[in-house]
Design a protein around this ligand. Structure first.
Ligand code: B1M
Length: 234
């Protein structure tokens, strides 16, 4: 975006300028600058979640718009994604720092045909921070991978992510396979990803659609509480 970044000393910018500069740096895929900016905001007392949402997710939203409009292309977006992940790596241990006892277990993965993993990594971080034990099975998962993870890890919740309109229908394939195996009701199923909405979540038979990672945490907590109440009652 900017050509004269060489002259900019990140630590000399005020918070607002720094966040805008980080949006530019994310756009330009400047990993080291994103790491530096993340550390500066943390040192200034910003909550990790605020750094994540305002500086990193905010920057990625701009990248997403220009990707959609054909201004940015895959190689550039990959660099931006790598810069974002570098910032997330700094925040991860801070978001996961929790004295909370384990309140539930979740398996999460992006569906078959889809390699977008930033959103589901973020959900993983936030869920861990809220006291969930999470097995993240990564990207491009066919039904068999989900089933294997459910068998091995025995979670309370299955989370699925899809970022493409062409891959989101695969969530239904997984749920239908679970119904067929008679295991659908053994799990809380939460789905998320930019092209989804609540209606889609209902239509495919999920228990909840999560607009973002914070909603995923809230919904997971609420559904775990209901599950415990049901178990206590019956
Ligand atoms: Co892709 N891509 N991409 N891409 N990419 C999108 C999704 C797109 C909307 C861009 C656009 O056109 N504006 C578009 C999809 C259009 C559509 O289907 N309608 C698109 C396209 C077209 C493609 C390719 C087909 C491009 C091509 O090759 N021609 C290709 C497909 C590859 C494939 O998957 N088979 C492709 C490739 C890539 C990159 C590899 C370059 C890179 C991914 C790198 C990576 O993930 N490691 C990439 C990126 C980075 C994006 C955008 C720009 C950013 C996605 C992101 O990380 N967002 C994206 C544009 C956009 O989404 N606006 C785009 C930040 C992240 C924090 O948000 O993932 O939405 P998000 O996650 C949120 C919520 O959705 C929710 O919580 C998260 C945190 O708050 N959530 C969950 C997500 N999963 C959840 C699961 C849950 C709960 C909540 O379970 C419980």
């Amino acid at each position: 975006m900017a050509d004269d970044d060489d002259d900019i000393v990140l630590s000399e910018l005020d918070d607002e300028e720094l966040v805008l500069q980080m949006h530019d740096d994310l756009y330009d895929g400047l990993k080291e600058e994103i790491e530096e900016g993340t550390n500066i905001l943390l040192a200034r007392g910003w909550e990790p979640y605020r750094v994540l949402t305002e500086a990193l997710v905010g920057g990625m939203t701009i990248v997403g718009k220009d990707f959609r409009d054909g201004i940015l292309f895959v190689p550039e977006v990959l660099l931006a994604a790598n810069a974002m992940k570098a910032g997330m790596a700094i925040l991860k241990p801070l978001l996961a720092e929790t004295g909370a006892p384990t309140i539930g277990k979740m398996v999460i993965g992006t569906v078959k045909g889809d390699i977008h993993d930033i959103g589901q990594n973020l959900v993983t971080m936030m869920m861990e921070g809220a006291g969930f034990e999470v097995l993240n099975i990564g990207i491009n998962n066919p039904v068999e991978s989900y089933f294997e993870a459910l068998d091995d890890f025995k979670p309370d919740i299955l989370g699925m992510s899809a970022l493409l309109t062409t891959t989101m229908p695969y969530m239904k394939v997984v749920i239908d396979a679970m119904v067929e195996q008679g295991i659908r009701d053994d799990y809380i199923i939460l789905v998320g990803g930019a092209p989804l909405n609540e209606e889609f979540g209902k239509a495919i038979g999920a228990d909840g659609y999560c607009r973002d990672a914070a909603v995923a945490v809230e919904m997971a907590k609420e559904m775990m509480a209901r599950k415990h109440n049901r178990a206590a009652a019956g």
